[in-house]
Design a protein around this ligand. Structure first.
Ligand code: SF4
Length: 698
């Protein structure tokens, strides 16, 4: 019998996955010695992770011990983007960065410096501490839009709050609807709990997506729609529920704002109507509605993917409405869930320096970094140009939309850029100073689950290689040189964790360390809104006031005034035209996570090369063979890659799984050359899955 035998000196330590994925898996890490790790596994005793993690994190040793890791500070020696760097000491590098920031500030004012970061780590200390520096120094703010805004605001528009039924309740459901997310790739625990419901209760799994990905293949019913048409599908399902007598009228009267208006409104939103918009057969829509009708205990697990469309906020809201029409919220294993962000009631003032916030300082839109760096006045809110950038945990030259503009902006000679990174990313290649950063097992941090309800500790397990320093160390060292003072700069990461836990009502670091995680799940009545939704009148909103949805955004964006009054198909997407007859979505690849992991040999080998999926009939019409080189184009640029003939997409739809390094494409132009940076209503966001393009054989 094969048995896994570990050498006695291998220590198993608890950690948490820091990557940009709602599962935030609880990990067990083999610590081989003070500097290296072995295998990584999911923690069996964590009720959400339940022992399962994705393959790319299971082989994390490949990433943390990668020979290409940045180990020493570097200074640019050749022209921007030439890749010519020379070593520099930490002190000299930090002195230079501070000198450049102070000089930029003296010339243009403090708003000319823009700290830019994102979710390369989701740790509350290492990700968010950069905000303390920006608040104290009155640097330009960071309006975080690239990922969550459309999905979060669409969900909150109905419930009034970003929270829902315990995600572990999926295992107690009679029907799990996995909508716009692909947990077979990433966020694997959704499948764990959904499959358990199927095995133990005979539950059905429904998947709604824009191509036949792994989750769609694993589902009992796969609902394949065109990108950006989820609102139409949701309306048709509600139409069927009202039509067939499965709308829970008692629930609707007690818990919702405008049930009769909604019923009247969806009377014309029939499956035939929705079929014309979604491309999905009437029978499939009817089958979906029948499952929800017959299985009131339906759990809608709503993902981020379908929010990344110009009508994404409205689509998320429409999907969340189905659970209210059916009254599923009232039952254990029923309701709708997207993210648990609202359950943690954090006091982040020490980490982020909230006491130093000056509301008069502008906040720049993360997704619009291209137009901002190119000096477009509206993107700069008619203010001073950005002449100094400090970047942590993100790789905008690969991941941000309108890539040509992003590259043009970074190439500006009057822009000074400091990038603190783990690898020489395509953003780091365009920097003036590159600083080597730690990975999560090399520093102390803590995490909150978005897709579950745990606070988890990720302690330092091994020493970093070379001269790598963690984000907090760099914030503090820069603050000293920039004359920025705040008690948070005088604390260690462990002290910051302890302070934040204690001041948020979650106990102490010592207790978290002893218990590994804190289960923050609210009680059933709160999670299921049995005493009313999170609005003053307690009613779920079918008719949201889009301009006042409670969210962190400082301003309204996009065509807010045109948003639908009731759930609907909002025709604001980049619909195909005769010149651009295809709609392109840039869905996540299984072995990458945004641009993270696109440096590890196994991930690269498994993904093979950048491809675009195209329906066989579309390919035949254009004379494109499987594996042929093609070019995709629109008004933003052109991208060259290989065709993959695939009948798991609707006609007229192209899927390019991403995010490959730009250098993997023939001419160095990555897939985000084609995506737009125009804001999604009402609070911003990037429509990564909503691009009209043409395609030609090369
Ligand atoms: S599924 Fe997500 S959270 Fe879990 S290990 Fe993989 S990337 Fe990390």
């Amino acid at each position: 019998m094969n048995q896994l035998v570990r050498p006695p000196e291998v220590k198993i330590a608890a950690s948490a996955c820091p990557h940009d994925c709602p599962s935030t898996c609880a990990l067990e890490v083999e610590v081989l010695d003070g500097r290296s790790i072995g295998r990584v596994r999911g923690a069996e005793d964590n009720l959400y992770t339940a022992g399962v993690i994705c393959a790319k994190v299971a082989r994390y040793a490949e990433r943390i011990h990668h020979p290409d890791r940045l180990l020493h500070p570097l200074i640019r020696k050749g022209p921007k983007g030439s890749g010519q760097f020379a070593p520099i000491s930490w002190d000299d590098a930090l002195d230079l960065v501070a000198e450049k920031f102070l000089a930029a500030e003296a010339k243009h004012g403090s708003e000319t410096v823009w700290p830019y970061y994102y979710a390369g780590t989701m740790g509350l200390i290492m990700r968010d501490g950069i905000n303390r520096l920006r608040h104290v120094k009155k640097y330009s703010g960071f309006h975080s839009t690239i990922c969550v805004n459309p999905a979060w605001t669409g969900f909150i528009a109905g419930t009034g709050k970003l929270a829902g039924p315990d995600p572990r309740e999926m295992a107690k459901s009679d029907c799990v609807v996995i909508w716009g997310t692909n947990p077979v790739n990433t966020q694997v625990n959704v499948m764990t709990h959904a499959v358990r419901a199927r095995k133990e209760r005979g539950a059905k799994i429904v998947a709604v997506d824009i191509y036949m990905n792994g989750t769609m293949e694993a589902a009992d019913l796969a609902v394949l729609v065109r990108p950006g048409t989820d609102g139409a599908l949701a309306c048709a399902v509600m139409h069927c529920l009202f039509r067939d007598g499965f709308a829970d009228r008692e629930y609707l009267e007690r818990y919702t704002d405008a049930p009769r208006e909604l019923e009247e409104h969806v009377r014309t939103r029939s499956p035939e109507w929705a079929s014309r918009i979604t491309g999905c057969p009437v029978e499939t829509i009817e089958a979906f509605a029948k499952l929800v009708a017959e299985r009131k205990r339906t759990y809608f697990r709503l993902g981020y993917g379908f929010g990344r469309s110009r009508n994404g906020t409205a689509n998320m809201h429409a999907a969340s409405c189905i659970a209210a029409v059916r009254g599923s919220w009232a039952l254990e294993g029923g309701g709708a869930f997207h993210n648990n962000g609202a359950i943690y009631h954090w006091n982040k003032s020490m980490t982020e320096g909230h006491d130093a916030i000056d509301p008069s300082i502008r906040a720049l839109d993360q997704s619009r970094i291209g137009p901002i760096l190119c000096g477009e006045p509206d993107a700069l809110i008619n203010g001073v140009p950005v002449t100094a950038l400090f970047i942590q945990n993100t790789n905008p030259v690969s991941v941000a939309p309108e890539q040509d503009k992003v590259k043009r902006g970074f190439a500006r000679e009057d822009l000074f850029t400091c990038v603190h990174e783990q690898f020489m990313t395509e953003t780091a290649q365009l920097a003036d100073v590159v600083l080597p950063a730690t990975m999560f097992m090399e520093h102390d941090d803590f995490y909150q689950g978005g897709g579950h309800q745990y606070i988890q500790l990720g302690p330092k397990l091994i020493d970093p290689p070379g001269e790598c320093r963690n984000n907090h160390e760099v914030h503090c060292a820069l603050a000293k040189r920039l004359g920025a003072t705040h008690p948070g700069f005088e604390m260690t990461p462990r002290e910051l964790i302890d302070w934040t836990l204690q001041n948020s009502g979650w106990g102490t670091l010592a207790a978290l360390e002893a218990n590994k995680w804190i289960d923050c799940q609210p009680d059933f009545d709160t999670a299921h809104y049995t005493k009313g939704f999170a609005w003053p009148d307690g009613k779920f909103r079918f008719k949201p006031d889009w301009k006042t949805v409670p969210f962190r955004s400082p301003w309204l964006a996009g065509p807010v005034n045109d948003m639908p009054v009731l759930p609907d198909h909002w025709e604001v997407i980049e619909e195909a035209t005769p010149e651009h007859p295809f709609r392109l979505a840039t869905s996540p690849a299984r072995n990458f996570l945004n641009s993270t992991f696109n440096e590890t040999p196994t991930s690269l080998a498994r993904e093979h090369r950048p491809t675009v999926m195209i329906h066989p009939q579309d390919a035949a019409k254009l004379g494109i063979a499987d594996g042929a080189k093609v070019v995709l184009g629109n008004t933003r640029g052109e991208v060259r890659l290989h065709a993959k003939i695939f009948d798991g997409v609707r006609r007229g739809v192209l899927i390019a799984e991403s995010i490959w390094p730009n250098s993997a494409y023939e001419d160095g132009r990555g897939i985000n050359t084609l995506t737009g940076a125009d804001a999604i209503a009402p609070y911003g966001g990037a429509a990564f899955h909503d691009n009209r393009v043409w395609v030609r054989r090369l």
